[in-house]
Write a protein of this length. Structure first.
Length: 298
């Protein structure tokens, strides 16, 4: 009997390992702008959201404990009236670079259209093909965004299933006219704009660039810095092609927020000719941000 019980425990441990969740999230609800001494509802909301993100299985993939995606959600409450919250949310995610202690930014995004209703202790639920609130819909959308960019960085177009899941969230959310941030063409920077840029054909080159940048670029640099840097640099002209096809693509700003400082640092070890080419490329892509890549000029 004892052996049988040990066997059951062993199976449970294996099952828990195989089913390990994908995200290692830190979430903060910042209520500094809200007057009053009773902040318990914000603590409750923070705890509930953290459990909602970290304790759910979002994919069918197997993640070891050290493979979880580190991410940070920061919710800033601008105003609150009864159970109605007006907020903004900042989401960041990173992944390790192969065979090094360095981690690279995968996602860095600020969303200022985050309004929702929440009553303390109400359950946060999600059933596929059914959304209960703008609160959970928005969180789920960004979970799939993080997973999409993470999987895209390891295999070519590996993130597509998760971008498609995010697109489905947008479609469902659009049926709720009181939920902000989802409307098509309402903003060049809302959730609809982001997922559309990632799922339309004009975004194909961005996905290829993202994979090459990480898997053939950064992940190669520990073994062969010159080869990794060359591969990474060779992928960047895809951004120029994207700007030609979609001059106002949200993905151009997204890349700047995530990667521009990092790639300029990588260029610091490049040849003089490569630096000059990099300066020219970034001048065309980001003419108002020249101070961030001025070091490549000389």
């Amino acid at each position: 009997m004892r052996h049988f019980m040990l066997f059951l425990v062993f199976l449970f441990c294996i099952s828990g390992s195989v089913r390990a969740q994908e995200l290692n999230a830190v979430l903060t609800v910042n209520s500094d702008r809200i007057q009053g001494s009773n902040k318990q509802i914000f603590i409750t909301l923070q705890s509930a959201l953290l459990e909602f993100i970290n304790n759910r299985k979002w994919t069918t993939a197997t993640f070891a404990q050290n493979e979880k995606v580190d991410c940070i959600f920061t919710i800033i409450v601008n105003s609150m009236e009864e159970n109605k919250f007006s907020c903004e949310i900042q989401i960041q995610a990173r992944r390790p670079v192969y065979n090094s202690s360095y981690t690279t930014t995968l996602f860095n995004y600020r969303d200022t259209e985050f309004d929702f209703e929440y009553t303390e202790f109400e359950p946060l639920e999600y059933t596929e093909n059914m959304l209960n609130s703008n609160l959970t819909a928005t969180i789920i959308f960004y979970v799939y965004m993080i997973l999409g960019f993470d999987f895209d960085s390891y295999s070519l177009n590996g993130g597509q299933p998760y971008f498609q899941q995010a697109q489905q969230i947008v479609t469902f959310a659009q049926s709720e006219p009181s939920w902000g941030g989802w409307a098509s063409f309402a903003s060049k920077k809302n959730r609809h704009a982001l997922v559309t840029a990632l799922t339309e054909n004009q975004g194909n080159g961005f996905h290829t660039m993202w994979y090459t940048y990480h898997r053939k670029g950064l992940d190669e640099m520990a073994a062969n810095p010159d080869r990794g840097r060359t591969n990474l640099i060779s992928a960047l002209p895809a951004l120029k092609e994207l700007k030609s096809a979609r001059p106002n693509s949200i993905l151009l700003q997204f890349f700047s927020d995530c990667k521009l400082d990092e790639v300029v640092s990588i260029y610091s070890k490049a040849t003089t000719q490569e630096k000059q080419e990099g300066y020219k490329l970034f001048s065309e892509l980001y003419p108002t941000a020249s101070s961030r890549f001025e070091s490549l000029k000389n």
